[in-house]
Ligand binder design. Structure first.
Ligand code: SAM
Length: 278
C-alpha cells in the first residue's frame, strides 16, 4: 500500500469527491488520491485524528460534515495566482475598454474567482494609472471566491516580497507600502486608498443566482472554469453573462475560451468576449 488514502474505504473517498463536486463544481479525479491526501493532511493534524480514514469517517459518519466542509473546500481549491497574470488582458482593458468608458459613472469591475486578491489589486493599479491620465475616471472593484481563507488574505492586501515581483517597480513605489511581519519577514501591503476601492466577499459560482449587482462593465472569470465539467461551465457562463451590461466584457483564462458558449457573447481578442446588446 503506497499511501494511506488507498486504505480508505472506496465508499468514503467517492463520497468526498462527490460532495466537493456537488458543493463547488470542482471535479476531483479519483486518481488524484495522493494529492487529496496531501492537501487534507494539515487539517487532519489540526482536528487531531490519526489518519485520513478516521478523518473521513468523522466527516461522513460522525456528523461533522457541516463544520468540516469549509476547511475541505479551502484545502482542495487551487489558488495559484499572480499580480499581472496574463498581462495581455490588462493591456486590453487599458487600450480598448477604458477609453470607451465615456460616462461619469464609476466603471464596475468584478474578479469572479479572485483567490488571494492579486487579480483585483492589479486591476486597481491599472485603473489608478489610467485615472492619472484621465482625471475623473471612477471605478469600483469586487473580488469574490468560494474559499473564505483566500478572501480574508485578499482583504488584508499583504504580500511577501516574492509575491510582488511582477509589479513594475514604479507601481510598487506608488501603490505598496513596505514593512515587516512580527517575525521579521519582509512584506508589502497595498496602500489604504487602493484597498478601499476593492471589496471582497465569499461567493460560490455554482450557487445561482449570485448576490452581486447586475450591469457589470467588466468581469474577469479566469482560471476557474477548468475545474468544472462542461455542463457546469455552461451554467456559470450563462449566470455570469446575466451580470454583464450589454456592451460589457467577459475575460476568461487563456485556455478557457472554448467554455464561453453563451450566444450573447462575441469574441474580440484571445479569451476576451463582449456581451452584445439584444
Ligand atoms: C487558480 S485560482 C485563479 C485566480 C485568478 N482568477 C487568476 O486567474 O489568477 C482559482 C480560484 O477559483 C476559486 N474557485 C474554485 N471553485 C469555485 C467556485 N465554485 N466558486 C467560486 N470560486 C471558486 C478557487 O478557490 C481559487 O481561488
Amino acid at each position: 500500500m503506497t499511501s494511506a488514502i488507498v486504505a480508505v474505504d472506496r465508499e468514503l473517498r467517492k463520497k468526498l469527491c462527490a460532495i466537493v463536486t456537488q458543493k463547488t463544481g470542482i471535479q476531483l479525479p479519483e486518481n488524484k488520491s495522493a494529492m487529496i491526501e496531501g492537501r487534507l493532511r494539515k487539517r487532519i493534524r489540526a482536528v487531531g485524528v490519526p489518519d485520513v480514514r478516521t478523518y473521513l469517517e468523522l466527516v461522513f459518519e460522525g456528523g461533522q460534515l457541516a463544520t468540516e466542509l469549509p476547511h475541505i473546500i479551502d484545502v482542495l481549491t487551487t489558488n495559484k495566482t499572480d499580480f499581472f497574470r496574463e498581462n495581455a488582458h490588462f493591456d486590453f482593458m487599458t487600450k480598448h475598454i477604458l477609453p470607451k468608458h465615456q460616462t461619469r459613472r464609476a466603471l464596475r469591475f468584478w474578479s469572479a474567482a479572485s483567490s488571494t486578491g492579486e487579480e483585483a489589486y492589479t486591476t486597481a493599479i491599472v485603473f489608478a494609472e489610467y485615472a492619472k491620465r484621465q482625471p475623473g475616471f471612477q471605478f469600483t472593484i469586487l473580488g469574490t471566491d468560494i474559499s473564505s481563507t483566500v478572501v480574508s488574505k485578499a482583504r488584508q492586501g499583504v504580500y511577501s516580497r516574492d509575491e510582488i515581483v511582477d509589479i513594475p517597480k514604479p507601481m510598487q513605489d506608488d501603490y505598496l507600502e513596505l514593512g515587516h511581519s512580527s517575525d521579521g519577514r519582509a512584506l508589502a501591503r497595498v496602500i489604504k486608498p487602493l484597498r478601499e476601492k476593492v471589496k471582497f466577499a465569499q461567493m460560490n459560482l455554482t450557487a445561482m443566482p449570485y448576490p452581486v449587482d447586475k450591469n457589470m462593465d467588466v468581469i474577469f472569470l479566469r482560471n476557474v472554469l477548468i475545474y468544472f465539467n462542461d455542463a457546469m461551465q455552461r451554467q456559470v457562463i450563462k449566470a455570469i453573462t446575466d451580470h454583464l451590461r450589454p456592451g460589457g466584457y467577459l475575460i476568461v483564462g487563456h485556455s478557457e475560451s472554448a467554455a464561453a458558449t453563451d450566444p450573447r457573447l462575441t469574441q474580440h481578442a484571445a479569451a476576451v468576449f463582449r456581451k452584445e446588446a439584444v
